[in-house]
Design a protein around this ligand. Structure first.
Ligand code: FES
Length: 148
């Protein structure tokens, strides 16, 4: 696992380096930890508020702690009609968290998504961007047990 200090050091002198660094950090950590934001502020000569502002400007970057596996339940109409709400409830019950939260062991974060273009096999869940098709509530424990 690449350390955020090394990532920032590697991007420090590049144009747009802070965005590149944030991308790389998020790839490693699944979010941008507060210490990394502080380090980026120093390296890119910004205030901490500015470094935070850059990270929160882009919706694909997250400054909120997220787990190793990001589970996203598609909530667009075709998945909704096919029972996405029931699947979501089963996920919340199995993981013991609500949408937007991360399990205490930092393994899973539960989020919602828009249509992921797989409406032929609704409802669709993605786990770290890998789609799982035709998910039924009773399948949830089996699916998630496969993620270590
Ligand atoms: S609506 Fe869920 S994949 Fe299209």
């Amino acid at each position: 696992m690449a350390n955020y200090m090394d990532i920032i050091a590697g991007c420090k002198d590049k144009p747009g380096g802070i965005i590149e660094a944030y991308h790389a950090i998020q790839k490693e950590y699944n979010y941008i930890p507060e210490e990394a934001l502080k380090e980026a502020a120093k390296a890119f000569k910004l205030s901490e508020a500015q470094a935070f502002g850059v990270a929160t400007f882009y919706s694909y970057l997250s400054v909120k702690k997220r787990g190793k596996y990001i589970i996203r339940m598609c909530e667009s109409a075709p998945c909704h009609v096919a029972g996405a709400d029931e699947v979501l409830k089963a996920m919340e019950a199995y993981l013991g968290i609500k949408v937007g939260e991360t399990t205490p062991d930092n393994k899973f974060t539960l989020e919602l998504s828009e249509c992921v273009g797989q409406c032929q096999a609704t409802p669709v869940v993605t786990i770290n961007s890998e789609p799982v098709f035709n998910v039924k509530p009773e399948m949830v424990p089996g699916i998630l047990a496969g993620y270590k």
